[in-house]
Write a protein that binds this ligand. Structure first.
Ligand code: SAM
Length: 227
């Protein structure tokens, strides 16, 4: 059921200071990944406050919560390079194994851990995460569907599609480094304004960085950092 993806990272060689990440990731997505993959997050990663170039100093810690196939984190690894440490978490053991394989297949070292959200990273990684990504299970479903396990974990978000996301939100500011960024993908039904308020109350400021329609889904990606 789980596959790794050959993301063609080795084919792409760019200067770290001048990458247009939006372009790069949209190329990767168009050529190499199934259209249904929700890679909007990866199309928007930008650590530079607007000039679309990367300026991530020194070794860094990048964490993807709910890493799934590992395709997104692998792309990030292809861009930032081997100076960073990549960790993917997932509730699913299959996903943790697949993500590691996807990284290996593309020469990106990804450490994966089967854990609920970021439980295994706390408290040790507090204040240390430079880039944190989350493409949550965001579909509005009955709450019971979340605990069904199996493939339902990839989509079932419970009430407002927010039940899983809401458990992560209070932990984000604990994990982020002083200049860390948190990228979160949301569906319109997830009430992004409400999420924004919750994160703001924990000392983070953020903005919507992209909005896309994907079939019936109105999706947006938000980027947060410390105020
Ligand atoms: C929408 S998929 C995103 C997969 C991948 N990150 C991507 O963008 O293609 C959500 C992922 O979150 C994982 N997940 C769901 N609940 C989780 C939890 N409580 N803790 C960790 N991972 C979880 C699922 O197994 C799934 O891999």
């Amino acid at each position: 059921m789980w596959q790794y993806y050959d993301c063609g990272v080795k084919l792409l060689s760019f200067s770290l200071q001048s990458i247009n990440l939006g372009w790069l990731w949209s190329q990767c997505r168009r050529q190499l990944l199934p259209e249904r993959f929700n890679l909007q997050i990866s199309e928007t990663i930008d650590f530079s406050n607007g000039d679309s170039s990367v300026s991530l100093p020194g070794p860094s810690l990048c964490v993807e919560v709910g890493v799934g196939s590992g395709a997104v984190l692998t792309f990030l690894g292809g861009i930032i390079g081997s100076s960073a440490h990549y960790i993917g978490t997932d509730i699913s053991r299959h996903a943790a194994v697949a993500a590691r394989s996807t990284g290996q297949h593309n020469n990106i070292l990804i450490d994966t851990v089967q854990t609920d959200l970021v439980t295994a990273l706390l408290p040790r990684c507090s204040g240390c995460v430079d880039v944190m990504l989350f493409n949550p299970p965001y579909v509005v479903t009955p709450s019971e569907e979340i605990s069904q396990g199996g493939i339902a974990a990839t989509w079932a978000g419970g009430v407002n599609g927010r039940e899983v996301t809401d458990r992560l939100l209070p932990l984000v500011s604990r994990l982020l480094s002083p200049s860390g960024r948190f990228y979160l993908l949301l569906l319109e039904e997830n009430q992004p304004g409400d999420v924004h308020q919750i994160l703001s109350d924990t000392g983070l400021s953020g903005e919507e960085v992209i909005r896309r329609r994907s079939g019936p889904e109105n999706l947006s990606v938000w980027c947060y950092k410390r105020k």
